[in-house]
Design a protein around this ligand. Sequence first.
Ligand SMILES: *Cc1c(COP(=O)(O)O)cnc(C)c1O
Length: 495
Amino acid sequence: MKFTSTRNNTLKVSGSTAVLTGLAPDGGLFVPEFFPTVTEEEINGMTDMDYPERSALIMSKFFDELSLDELTEIARRAYSTFDGDPAPVVKLDSGLFVLELWHGKTHAFKDMALSVLPLLMTALKEKVGQKEVCLIPVATSGDTGKAALEGFSDVNGTGVIVFYPDGGVSHTQRKQMVTTLGGNVKVVAVKGNFDDAQTAVKNAFGSAELRERLAKIGCKMTGANSINLGRLAPQVAYYFSAYVDLLSFGQIKYGDAMDFCVPTGNFGNILAAYYAKRMGLPVGKLVCASNENKVLTDFFETGVYSLDREFIKTTSPSMDILISSNLERLLFEFAGRDSEVVKQWMAELKTKGCYDVGGETLFTLRENFYGGYADCEKCAETLGEIYDEYGYLCDPHTAVAFDVCAEYESDVDTAAPIVVVSTASPVKFASTVLESIGEKVPTDDVKALKAMENATAFPVPDGVYGLFEMEERFNEVIDPSELPEAVEKFAKTLV
Ligand SMILES: *Cc1c(COP(=O)(O)O)cnc(C)c1O
């Protein structure tokens, strides 16, 4: 299997190149040259497999440089850090299910891919004989940073340095990051907001001078953000796994269409569901759930993607995003894989702040996708209702999805069962959860967790409390201009 770029469909690179570089040289995203297929027989065969085996089978469709055994070993190691089944499906009623993706170390769905990516990188690196250490600078607004730190911690031949906006992440998120153990990790605060940190990291990636200096000491930079293909492939797997689970439980029979409703930000998670559909999984509609930053809802309504709006801070912060990077991969498919068209739209987004895909493309998009959004008030209301009705406690991101799911079901006449994808554990957002279910909210984080546990009997893992007693390892604060220097200094500690 080779990979091409959304901005140059004549490019052909190997999976190892795609994963080890992150972004195509033309600024486009790597996409598979064609969609590999998963047959009915293979899907039925997955009923006898555990999650790592299912994951390895799906990844093997993309990464043929590694054997199925090697990929199984990778998935086994990656998911051994999870608490029980990595992607269990919970039944709420006959047509409504939840796919929980937050049983990893950091309690958010980013763990599903970020625990695999480091192992995938090192295995591919070995295959192609890359000697340099993979150095991964990451800008984070909170969740990705911790998941990357945990994923790469003490993985040989890699190093991860995370930059977060000073004062711009929650108390718990900062605590999670600066207490991370491991000899190859570092966390640095950057003066300014998330955009400043992100721009500084992007500039570092683009700096030929920095690359050269790193090459001299035996390091090579790569990206671990959600546009890396190595994050997309492991995400495709859990959609197959959810379908297979429902087959096993006798909830559906092979060929029955299943809808998925996904809380969406950068469009990585829901794109994986679309890939699963193209690979042969009987998927019906994909419901794209947004919060007040509803650029995608408007897009699926009008075909116009427009940044002409204000950025709103919500109670579902991981979906506070205006530029959904992975949408470019979807556009590539719906533009008939014409990279010139995609390039044009992306150029318009940059110069005019918007693009319009036109009526015909919109029509086919809407055959596959339904877009909706919930504001913070609706999100809180729905969180409370789901808890009252089913005794099921969810986090605010998942609550947004539940709300849009209900809207979809009342709007569209469909008999297909629907799976709401749950992207974070309630423990990550105890205060919002407490408020939504009508409980008093203590200001202290630990007290909020205790209060949630007492009110709901939702078990808070010991590690979450333990976090608040751990030693803080990193306290450096830098100016964005000092970022390349910080990367280089860190690189020297790795070799
Ligand atoms: C990252 C994240 C999302 C958004 O996922 P995308 O792949 O960026 O669309 C939703 N919920 C949570 C909790 C997240 O961490």
